[in-house]
Design a protein. Structure first.
Lengths: 166, 888
């Protein structure tokens, strides 16, 4: 990609927070920065982070793969992340996830809607286990969800998107 | 307090050092706790849970602080409520461990195996690991008979995923033990493998360009406890139990890695490392692993050939040998013995080389012999005789308190396994490594200090370090006084090498020079390593020798000098006196020293020449012309090389896998290898060919085997006394042999040998004092305009032996000029553009490659590549020269 000027400045700010021989520590904020623009990371973005921190590209990939917050494929404007880890599964999260996919017109493993507005994805614990089924949409949390609530939330987001001219 | 701890494992008492892991303690009493992720050479991680055991500790009465006793007066043992991983838990006094005697632990391990197998394909019948697979074996021993998991829920992954072009991953077989990832990180220092994703979707990836970019990748297939990683070379090559395992040695560089040839039906199916803790531990590099195909190549010479006009036609050994006898005899009687000469490459064995020099010196009567062609001409060394690293040196164990000074060796390319050991000493064990070189090399990232000197100034740097040791008062006076002579003269000569002057010549700061000198001199152990890129300079060698002596870093284990000589038996070639001015055992030739290889390869140098295991014709046009003018040329080779095509007689030699013999490695360790496969056609071992030639010239030698030749060497070369094959092949401590492969990754049984190092002069208290030598370095090259073209060595070179290994072909560089980004910008070129590089009327055209490890002002063009363009510019024996580069 090559960082934009603004990104370059922000990157330098991030790097300043860590000792020069411990640049690896900056990997999460650096990735977050690289993902800021388009909400996902292409190979060049990843390469750029590796180069900025002086670490192996493979290492960066493994970190990306560990966190559901980072994505290597284009995603919709709204990321709907449903926890299906064991505690949530015990409260019906798996079935909830299936129904969610159905309602969004997606296959059983989730994916991105045709209008590129929503991406539905299974994730591991998002620390709301006691209120499963739970879901995170971008930075917002939704807990003890019912199917009806989903429709409401989705309709609201669609409206918001069209108002913003998305 | 004692440093030992006594514990009980399954009712058996064992005493081990504090800090020992339970799994290691159990190993000592042959209680094999099953493991997958644990590996003796890597940090424990406790990832796979296979080693679960029950652990208890003596209960302590809180009131009294004394152990609680039961009614019978025995200590009460409290068990931890949960099982513990034996691979991460260290022992403690009075600990009680239950491995097989605990029903719970037995159950736990069964459950772990059931989990590990939930997605395993169980395709053992077609899996290369079958028969030597820890997962297979441990499942049979500890696992459940069947699985309760839903078949539909199996995770699926591609079955044949190339991680690079050498290693293939079958992710379905992987059990995520991370041994491969950790090997690359902790041992190879090439962290190009990683685990991506989590839980059941976790899988192994490599995103380097090219994929799995490491010289050590093959080792991951050994440590992988399942068949997930296989080499492209061996995939489906043979079943483990069908192979014969023959102890051998790698013949590709001076490290001398111990290998095992897995052979079947007369062919080599695979090469794996054979443990030698003093040399290669459990590893080999990929060149050693995959570069064996020359042995079975269909292009090998199979019969003697005799020139009939333009043609080389097949002949019998009798015809060929008697023709050589006749011609050499005639040349000698017409022109004298000194009109004949011999060149022998340093990949021949000690036995070959000894007989070779004996043929020339004793039968023909000339000292016209040399091994210094090709890479051997670019680096010489005699310092090993006086100050080579002490007997018992082990780079795999040195750490804190040791300073290693590396000058001009790119270890990752020149001596890969040495690189692992030096980098490990630095990163894992805290040795202070000072890496001095003319450009950035891989080792820089792993060491505490790097010194970047101007090419051509290495000898000055060494003298500067020595002068700094003297001026800082760091000379090891007592030792130097009693063991060396000439200190006063040396100190006088060093006056001209004060830090200021040396700083100017080398481009370093005076502080950096003083600090490095101090770090080296003050260390408990000091080791100097030097290589090709320091320049082939007697002044450098004299200075390094004096540096080792003056600081007392000589004559004992883990102290002294290592020259990174290029070939498997470069050391042996020097030891055996394959030099015009030195006899076996470093004895100078008293009078009538012979011609060097360069002189013999000059028109009019000699009239008849015998060349074995060397190909000077490819190196330079002038050598080729000289060869054309010979009256008679004999070439002894594996292939019909360019030089062989010019010969009057060509003799087919055996490859190293087809015979036995010994090599001496760069730490002076003499090691033997056995015969693994039959030779093609009528090829002979080189020593036998030389014996045959000698016979034609009147000798009555009766060597019947390499062993027999070595017996004579032990008699006639004092350095090699005691090195008969019986001693060299004696397997060492059987304890190591019985360590089961689940801990180390090698299932085969074969001899584990250690080899024998010969002792240096510095090690002998009764030897006369060693004179401190000083040689004035050559004038620094005048400041010509242009770039400094350097011709380093690459691991994957364009040599004939490697050309036969298809799997690594993609890794052999096409000639290219590597430039720094800034120089490329100045020239207005980018990667792929072609440039003309010229020097003194010689010009070549090559593509450019922008490489970030190259410093400004330096251009790299590796030597030993197709067409030998680098040699055209720096000369066949040179290292660097100033060149003009223009966009073409
Ligand atoms: S590929 Fe082999 S060594 Fe690597 S994690 Fe998987 S099982 Fe372990
Ligand atoms: S380091 Fe040298 S001796 Fe060892 S395997 Fe590699 S090429 Fe062979
Ligand atoms: S397990 Fe689902 S939020 Fe914690
Ligand atoms: S957890 Fe101990 S061997 Fe893997």
């Amino acid at each position: 990609m090559g960082w934009t000027e603004k990104e370059q400045q922000d990157l330098e700010k991030i790097l300043k927070k860590y000792p020069a021989d411990r640049k690896l520590s900056a990997v999460l904020p650096a990735l977050y920065l690289a993902q800021r623009e388009k909400n996902w990371l292409d190979d060049d973005d990843i390469e750029a982070v590796a180069e900025a921190l002086g670490i192996e590209t493979t290492h960066v990939h493994s970190i990306i793969g560990f966190y559901t917050l980072f994505r290597k494929e284009p995603v919709g404007k709204y990321m709907m992340e449903v926890c299906t880890d064991l505690p949530c599964a015990l409260r019906g999260a798996e079935d909830f996830f299936k129904r969610l996919c159905e309602r969004m017109g997606l296959g059983p493993k989730g994916g991105t809607t045709e209008d590129n507005l929503f991406t539905v994805e299974e994730v591991v614990c998002i620390a709301a286990c006691d209120k499963a089924p739970c879901m995170q949409i971008n930075l917002e949390f939704f807990e003890s969800l019912t199917d009806e609530q989903i429709d409401e939330v989705v309709a609201g987001l669609r409206a918001q998107a069209s108002n913003n001219g998305a | 307090m004692s440093d030992n701890v006594t514990l009980t494992i399954d009712g058996v008492q064992v005493t081990v050092p504090k800090g020992t892991l339970i799994v290691e303690a159990a190993k000592q009493i042959e209680n094999e706790i099953p493991v997958f992720c644990y590996h003796g050479k890597m940090d424990p991680v406790g990832m796979c849970r296979m080693c679960l055991v029950e652990v208890g500790q003596p209960a302590i009465d809180r009131g009294t602080g004394k152990p609680e006793l039961d009614e019978d007066g025995n200590p009460v043992v409290r068990f931890f409520p949960k099982p513990m991983t034996a691979c991460t838990t260290t022992v403690s006094e009075g600990m009680v461990v239950k491995v097989d005697t605990s029903e719970a632990a037995v159950d736990d391990r069964k459950a772990v195996l059931e989990f590990l197998l939930t997605s395993h394909p169980l395709d053992c019948p077609v899996c290369d690991k079958g028969g030597e697979c820890p997962l297979q074996d441990l499942t049979i021993r500890h696992g459940p008979g069947n699985s309760r998991f839903d078949y539909e829920d199996k995770q699926h992954f591609p079955k044949r995923y190339p991680l690079g072009d050498l290693i293939v991953l079958d992710m379905e077989r992987c059990i995520i033990c991370a041994r491969c990832v950790r090997f690359q990180q902790e041992i190879a220092f090439d962290p190009v493998l990683a685990i991506e994703n989590r839980g059941r979707r976790a899988h192994i990836v490599s995103y380097s360009k090219p994929g799995f970019d490491s010289h050590y990748s093959g080792n991951t297939t050994d440590v992988c406890p399942v068949g997930a990683l296989t080499t492209r070379d061996f995939r489906f090559g043979a079943r483990a139990w069908e192979m014969t395992n023959v102890p051998s040695l790698c013949n590709h560089c001076g490290v001398g890695c111990n290998t095992v040839l897995g052979t079947r039906a007369g062919t080599i199916r695979r090469i794996m490392p054979r443990q030698n803790e003093a040399v290669n531990e459990l590893w080999i590099c990929d060149k050693g692993r995959f570069g064996h195909h020359f042995n079975g190549s269909p292009d090998r010479l199979t019969t003697p050939l005799i020139r009939k006009g333009e043609e080389l036609v097949e002949a019998t050994w009798d015809e060929a040998l008697s023709l050589i006898g006749e011609k050499f005899g005639a040349i000698k009687s017409a022109n004298g013995a000194d009109s004949l000469g011999g060149i022998a490459g340093a990949r021949l064995t000690n036995e070959d080389l000894y007989v070779f020099q004996k043929l020339f010196r004793e039968i023909i009567g000339t000292n016209n012999i040399d091994h210094r062609v090709g890479l051997s001409a670019a680096l010489e060394d005699e310092t090993a005789f006086t100050v080579g690293v002490g007997v018992g040196t082990d780079l795999g164990s040195v750490g804190k308190g040791t300073t290693i000074l590396n000058i001009g060796a790119d270890l990752d390319q020149d001596a890969p396994i040495l690189y692992l050991r030096v980098a490990g000493a630095s990163v894992k064990r805290g040795a202070h490594v000072i890496n001095a070189g003319g450009r950035r090399t891989k080792l820089d990232a792993q060491v505490q200090t790097t010194l970047r000197y101007n090419y051509g100034s290495a000898a000055r740097l060494a003298l500067g370090l020595l002068a700094s040791v003297v001026s800082q008062g760091l000379v090891a006076k007592e030792w130097a006084d009693s063991r060396t002579s000439g200190m006063a003269d040396l100190e006088k000569a060093l006056k001209n090498f004060g830090a200021d002057k040396v700083a100017e010549a080398t481009g370093l700061t005076t502080n950096a020079i003083d600090a490095a000198a101090k770090a080296f001199a003050e260390a408990e152990n000091g080791i100097i390593i030097f290589g090709l890129e320091a320049g082939n300079d007697p002044a450098l060698r004299a200075a390094l020798e004096a540096l080792a002596l003056a600081t007392g870093h000589a004559g004992k284990p883990n102290n002294g000098v290592i020259a990174v000589l290029p070939h498997a038996n470069s050391r042996g070639a020097i030891d055996m006196g394959i030099l015009p001015d030195r006899l076996p055992g470093y004895k100078p030739v008293e009078s009538n020293a012979g011609l060097s290889a360069v002189e013999m390869l000059t028109a009019g140098g000699v009239k008849g020449l015998l060349i074995a295991a060397a190909d000077p014709a490819v190196e330079s046009e002038s050598y080729k012309q000289a060869l054309q003018q010979l009256d008679f040329l004999v070439v002894q080779e594996l292939f019909l090389t360019e030089t062989a095509q010019m010969a009057d007689v060509v003799l087919p030699a055996k490859g190293n896998a087809e015979r036995d013999g010994s090599y001496t490695n760069l730490e002076r360790r003499v090691q033997t290898f056995d015969m693994g496969v039959p030779a093609p056609g009528k090829a002979w071992a080189d020593w036998l060919i030389f014996t045959g030639i000698a016979g034609q010239l009147g000798a009555d030698w009766a060597y019947a085997s390499a062993d027999g030749v070595m017996a004579e060497i032990t008699q006639r070369v004092p350095l090699y006394a005691g090195m008969d094959f019986k001693n060299l092949t004696a397997p060492i401590s059987l304890q190591r042999k019985t360590e089961h492969y689940i801990y180390e990754g090698m299932s085969f049984t074969t001899d584990i040998r250690e080899g024998i190092q010969w002792a240096t002069v510095a090690e002998s208290d009764s030897a006369p004092k060693i004179p401190l030598r000083f040689i004035e370095p050559a004038k620094a090259s005048s400041q010509e305009q242009g770039l400094t073209l350097v011709a380093p060595r690459m691991l994957y070179d364009g040599g004939r032996l490697l050309a036969e290994a298809d799997v690594v072909n993609a890794h052999i560089l096409e000639p290219q000029l590597m430039l720094s980004r800034s120089d490329a910008q100045k020239l207005g070129v980018s990667t792929g553009d072609s440039v003309t590089v010229s020097q003194n009327g010689t010009a070549i055209t090559v593509p450019v490659y922008i490489e970030r490890t190259v410093s400004e002002g330096v251009a790299l063009l590796p030597r030993n590549l197709a067409g030998r363009p680098a040699e055209k510019l720096v000369g066949p024996n040179g290292l660097y020269s100033t060149v003009k580069v223009e966009k073409s």
